[in-house]
Design a binder for this molecule. Structure first.
Ligand SMILES: *Cc1c(COP(=O)(O)O)cnc(C)c1O
Length: 427
């Protein structure tokens, strides 16, 4: 039966799994095994030849050898995950960071230039600036919100534009929801590509999950995920993924085999379960986020809201990116509370339901303070540049009843004393 016209949410219930191969089990079992039995020595020989890319096996499907290379659960997860982004292939990883690190190490060599956007996830920033640079890779940052002309100027001024090998972006930027035009990155990549080198564009799409932004459709070559966030969706696993063309993903998988950064069988199985409700969870969260944003925008103790739905108001120049690139306003928003760190902390300490924790994209709502937590490592002058200030609070909105979320936010805001106004005699 041809099911290729089915939507991803339907495919999550069966695609890539054949019950007859597993005693008729409706659900894919957990293949908790490190190694697989060959039918014969000849078969083992041919599986190894295929795994090492020896000629003579064109068109054959490689068999299972060892779980660091492949495992049925991992394979089915990858088949399903790629569908949301419309990719040809997917590689699943033990964490978002291992997906990012393995991918960057696959395509970057000493002497290459990596152009990346700021702010990026803290772990990514450290990896790019502290690890890649140890291997002679030159890293050049630009800021989300800068124009194509400004970005190209930064690249040219480095004096190494000709060595550009990859553009790595995170959009919307965390925690400000600033936007980067993926198609423009792809134009820059094409301009610096030649017969010898194909400059790649990689997008960390964790913030939008696989539902609300499809970077491949805008010219990106690779989409990266921390599956710990919306894909896992229950704040109970650490995992990651890369999606792209068959050719690029097969190169990434070769590196993964030797780094050993693949996902484990149990986590694969948990993610297969998570994927069945991905759309339901994300849609519930996005509706809640809209209600919370509306509530905050009318609150006298709230100065500014960083929400994708307010792009036109906050950043009119980014409105066209918003319209062409985003399918939703998402469920991540930040706001500046009237005052500073003291007021922000009072708010966070008084939340009764929403948990004070980093991470995002889970069923439960979470709140945190970027300036002293997730983004503490960014130098102060850069924090200012990215608008990450002490009065900012980041919210990851979950699937609760929105009225309960608003009740919680409202009562915590009530506990906050606005900074002292000027004494009456000076007015
Ligand atoms: C969490 C996160 C990561 C890192 O993922 P882990 O699963 O924690 O390794 C990378 N990028 C973004 C945008 C994230 O939010």
């Amino acid at each position: 039966m041809d099911r290729s016209h089915f939507s991803p949410e339907t495919q999550m219930l069966g695609y890539g799994y054949e019950p007859a191969l597993s005693e008729g089990s409706v659900k894919c079992p957990i293949f908790q095994t490190s190694t697989f039995v060959f039918h014969s020595a000849e078969e083992g020989k041919s599986f190894f030849e295929m795994a090492y890319g020896r000629p003579g096996h064109e068109g054959e499907v490689p068999g299972l050898i060892y779980s660091r290379i492949n495992n049925p659960g991992m394979e089915i997860l990858e088949e399903r995950l790629k569908l949301w982004d419309g990719g040809e292939a997917c590689a699943a990883f033990s964490s978002g960071m291992s997906a990012i690190a393995t991918t960057l190490f696959t395509f970057l060599s000493p002497g290459d230039v990596l152009l990346y956007s700021n702010p990026v996830y803290g772990g990514t920033h450290k990896f790019i600036n502290n690890i890649l640079t140890q291997f002679g890779i030159e890293v050049i940052g630009f800021r989300a919100g800068q124009s194509k002309k400004e970005v190209e100027e930064i690249l040219v001024q480095s004096g190494h534009a000709g060595k550009l090998k990859m553009i790595y972006v995170e959009t919307p930027a965390n925690p400000t929801n600033d936007l980067i035009d993926i198609a423009l990155c792809s134009e820059i990549a094409k301009k610096y590509s030649d017969v010898e080198k194909n400059v790649l564009v990689a997008v960390d799409n964790t913030y939008m999950g696989p539902l609300w932004q499809h970077p491949l459709k805008h010219g990106a070559d690779l989409v990266l995920y921390s599956a710990t966030k919306y894909i896992g969706g229950h704040s109970d696993v650490i995992a990651g993924a890369a999606v792209g063309s068959g050719e690029l993903i097969s190169k990434i998988k070769k590196t993964r085999t030797f780094f050993g950064t693949m996902i484990d069988p149990h986590t694969s199985w948990l993610l297969l379960r998570s994927l069945e409700t991905l759309k339901l969870r994300m849609e519930a969260a996005e509706m809640n986020a809209e209600k919370v944003a509306d509530f905050l925008s009318a609150h006298p103790k709230v100065e500014k809201i960083y929400y994708l739905g307010y792009t036109g108001k906050n950043n009119p120049v980014q409105q066209d990116i918003y319209e062409k690139q985003y399918l939703s306003n998402g469920a991540m928003l930040s706001f500046d509370i009237l005052g500073g760190e003291k007021q922000a902390f009072t708010f966070l300490n008084n939340l009764r339901h929403i948990k004070l924790a980093v991470s995002l994209g889970g069923t439960e709502s979470l709140a945190e303070h970027p300036a002293t937590m997730t983004h503490v490592d960014i130098p102060d002058e850069e924090k200012e540049l990215y608008h990450i200030n002490p009065k900012m609070i980041r919210l990851s909105i979950g699937v609760e009843n929105y009225q309960d979320l608003i009740w919680d936010i409202s009562q915590a805001l009530e506990k906050v004393q606005a900074p002292l106004a000027k004494p009456a005699e000076f007015i």
